[in-house]
Design a protein around this ligand. Structure first.
Ligand code: 6A9
Length: 799
């Protein structure tokens, strides 16, 4: 989308970095837990945010908006356009305050310190026949070294016109922030006691605070406290006659006082009806003077360029609904990328924790006896940084390991190099033993969104290894861009010659796709940590084979999730999916299948980086795994794949629960197309008594006694990632390769894809964590963009 800048006469044509380098990723909406929060990808630096409340009454102040919260009762909020390099547009419908808020961000490259940006915050009543009175506070706070100062003349009544701050920090260098009003803002002027407050009406109010290091993320508390103090100073005078209380917009104001040495500043504007104001951040070394015109012209150009490119990267099949599907697809993609956050801070680990059945030989020995070299007890780690997508901006605004593999498949199609930057950060989290925590709760702000009992991560617990899917997807794109064309390979797809669409076309300006040498050195740089990670899985999640007699062809490949409890296998990602009782001898079908995928992807990576010996090694393990999936996990009587375990008499037995677990060997393309087991799984998939619903595949068979029972998290509800995996396997393998089940696979593929697309939530744009297996309605956390954003890939058939 670099072409955008050629459309803008205002912006110098010689831009320092018109590439997809990491320089263009320094600024972003990297506080996705907030409705609108910009920060740079720098550990301690400038943090900005937006707070607003209604002034139609006093109560609405108690519901001031800042961090995304389902309890705020917004009628939806999502980026509708968002590109990490250029910026985007977000629409927030605040029904309770009768205001539709739009936040726009335009990133403007230039200079040596991450560039400049311009943000516009505007609003209009949702219902023009009802009042819409609001107050908006924009804040900027500086953490770490440097300074921030207000340059504007002010007095105790506030500020007229533009507000300017200047600041500096080691990484951002010198910058200014200006806050500029739109043309037609109106303040409330007619409320009760207007005359008494005339001097302050229509002014911009402000506050400056000295906030201790590491506490800027709590800006809302400091700022609203100031408003409250101000209100408390005014209101007692009216207490004798509550009917005489001033209009809230005259009272709920910042104090217009900034302590010297403040590192957090807030600027407040109050409106009656429609409004607009801009925040212009100028990086001094870019030598550009921004004005509101840059937004007037830049945002429509960005939105149009985005729309056009979106249609070519993620085409939606032709139908009468093509346009609305396109809009949905564009919004979930934008919100996924607009939901990328930058996190920095310490996390909590407990290396000594384990359940009694986690150990192969009974409970772990304690330190004192010298058996285990780990120290028990939770402790803080060194601070770590992470750029990552987030599943849900309100509920889960942080990184989740197995979610991220799917997010990266999607992001990589839009912005290859962004997906590699994120991947690299995750790979840097792989510790010296090869472990990565499932949930990345880095720093106090992230921790504030998590109940304490979930804070601690355990370095012997895993999560499905999905990150390498992002690596092999990148290798595919590289090959498409530089390898022999499909035509050369004698695979002309009937598209009329050489114009086979290359995936590389989806990431214009991608340095890592354009330069195969750079690509190769990137892959080589992540290869060793990936190997360490792989070995960690094979070592720590190994299952015992001794009770399984001579059944297994491979004597090494069997796996078991560590860290399960009686009720949950959180590590598997399918938290309450039915399993057998915990036992050191149980073997998990999903984990051995994931290890098959991990081995296959490592094989492909080894091949690409030219590690022939390793390639042969991974291929061998992959084969041993597929052998053992059949030998250990196939139950001929039930005609399904199952977990297995060991009873009190040391006899092995099957643990069979029809549902997502049964699909794994197929969903991860581990069965040959002509295996009769493919036929059995397809029957299970297509049976409405079991997994088939008009809304997608259910996690548990509708005929299972536990269907819909208990927590009912993974006991029936429809999850989009499992549907995506199954569709992918059908599309790329079982419906594509000749074989006895091909036709059935094609039919199921077509109908399942249609069922997903036909869902009501696709039409309304309200996306949820999961969907009801009987009605298709959204369930649990909302909005929840991760998982469901895969619908973009399903629509455009990118697997
Ligand atoms: C609980 C409660 C505000 C559960 O999407 C992230 C994960 C998935 O990886 C997993 O497969 N979700 C799925 O079963 C959400 C996990 C939330 C755990 C933390 C904290 C906070 O409530």
């Amino acid at each position: 989308m670099r072409l955008l800048w050629s459309l803008l006469p205002l912006v110098p044509t010689v831009l320092s970095q018109a590439t997809n380098g990491s320089e263009s990723l320094i600024w972003g909406a990297y506080r996705p837990n907030l409705y609108f929060g910009l920060r740079p990808r720098i550990p301690q630096s400038l943090m900005t945010g937006l707070i607003w409340f209604g002034t139609q009454d006093y109560q609405s102040f108690g519901k001031a908006r800042h961090a995304c919260d389902q309890g705020d009762g917004l009628n939806g909020y999502s980026w509708t356009t968002y590109d990490a390099r250029d910026g985007g547009v977000q629409v927030l419908k605040d029904g309770p305050n009768n205001i539709k808020v739009t936040t726009e961000l335009l990133k403007i490259p230039g200079g040596e310190h991450g560039g400049s940006w311009a943000a516009r915050i505007k609003g209009e009543p949702l219902d023009v026949d009802r009042p819409s009175r609001t107050s908006f506070i924009f804040y900027a706070g500086l953490e770490g070294l440097g300074g921030l100062d207000m340059e504007t003349d002010e007095n105790e009544n506030g500020i007229d016109g533009e507000v300017e701050f200047s600041g500096n920090s080691p990484e951002l260098d010198e910058f200014t922030i200006r806050i500029v009003d739109g043309p037609d803002n109106e303040a409330v002027t007619t409320g009760s006691q207007a005359a008494a407050f005339a001097d302050r009406i229509g002014k911009t109010h402000f506050g400056g605070y000295r906030v201790p290091a590491g506490n800027i993320w709590q800006a809302k508390e400091f700022i609203l406290q100031d408003v409250l103090q101000h209100a408390k100073a005014i209101l007692p005078a009216y207490q004798s006659n509550p009917g005489s209380y001033p209009d809230p917009s005259y009272v709920l104001q910042l104090s217009n006082d900034a302590l010297s040495g403040s590192n957090l500043f807030a600027v407040q504007k109050s409106f009656d009806g429609k409004f607009q104001f801009d925040v212009l951040f100028e990086s001094k070394s870019a030598k550009q003077k921004l004005s509101s015109t840059v937004l007037d012209e830049g945002i429509p150009a960005l939105a149009e360029a985005y729309r056009v490119r979106f249609q070519s990267v993620f085409p939606v099949p032709e139908s009468s609904e093509q346009e609305s599907l396109q809009e949905f697809s564009q919004a979930i993609t934008s919100n996924l990328i607009g939901g990328v956050g930058y996190f920095y801070g310490q996390s909590i680990v407990d290396p000594g924790f384990s359940y009694e059945w986690d150990e192969d030989d009974g409970p772990a020995e304690s330190d004192e006896e010298g058996g285990k070299k780990v120290k028990k007890g939770a402790r803080l780690t060194e601070p770590r940084e992470l750029l990552t997508a987030t599943p849900s901006r309100s509920f889960f605004p942080r990184g989740f390991y197995w979610d991220e593999g799917f997010h990266l498949l999607h992001i990589g199609e839009w912005d290859n190099d962004l997906s590699l930057e994120i991947l690299k950060d995750w790979i840097d989290l792989i510790d010296e033993n090869g472990w990565v925590g499932r949930e990345q709760i880095l720093g106090e702000e992230a921790r504030s969104k998590v109940p304490e009992q979930f804070w601690t991560q355990v370095p012997s617990f895993a999560n499905p290894p999905t990150l390498t899917m992002a690596v092999t997807a990148y290798i595919r794109r590289l090959k498409a861009a530089h390898g022999p064309s499909e035509q050369d390979l004698g695979m002309d797809m009937g598209l009329g010659g050489s114009q086979v669409p290359l995936r590389a076309a989806s990431s214009p300006g991608s340095r890592y796709l354009e330069d195969p040498e750079l690509g190769l050195s990137f892959l080589k740089s992540i290869y060793a940590p990936l190997q360490r990670h792989y070995e960690w899985f094979r070592r720590t999640q190994r299952g015992q084979l001794k009770q399984y007699g001579r059944k297994a062809r491979s004597r090494t490949e069997a796996y078991r999730w560590r860290g399960r409890s009686e009720q949950h296998v959180l590590t598997s990602g399918m938290d309450d999916y039915p399993r057998g009782p915990p036992h050191a001898g149980e073997l998990h079908l999903d984990l051995i299948s994931w290890m098959g995928l991990f081995s296959r992807t490592m094989k492909e990576i080894a091949e690409y980086v030219g590690e022939e010996e390793d390639r042969v090694f991974y291929e061998g393990i992959e084969k041993a795994i597929t052998d053992n999936i059949d030998d250990l996990h196939w139950n001929e009587k039930e005609q399904m794949y199952c977990d297995v375990s060991v009873d009190d008499d040391d006899e092995s037995y099957y643990v069979c629960h029809r549902g997502y677990l049964s699909l794994f060997p197929l969903a991860l393309s581990e069965l040959p197309s002509d295996s009769p087991h493919v036929g059995a799984i397809l029957d299970l998939i297509y049976d409405p008594k079991h997994l088939w619903s008009p809304y997608g595949l259910r996690s548990l068979s509708a005929s299972h006694p536990e269907f819909g029972q208990g927590e009912n998290y993974w006991k029936g509800p429809i999850w989009i990632q499992m549907n995506y995996m199954t569709l992918g396997a059908l599309h790329t393998k079982y419906a594509a390769e000749p074989g006895p089940y091909r036709e059935k696979a094609q039919k199921i593929y077509k109908e399942l894809r249609q069922n997903i697309v036909d869902n009501e939530w696709v039409r309304t744009g309200y996306v949820w964590e999961q969907y009801d297996p009987l009605t298709g309605e959204g369930k649990r956390s909302h909005p929840f963009t991760g998982w469901t954003s895969l619908v973009t890939l399903i629509l455009s058939e990118k697997y």
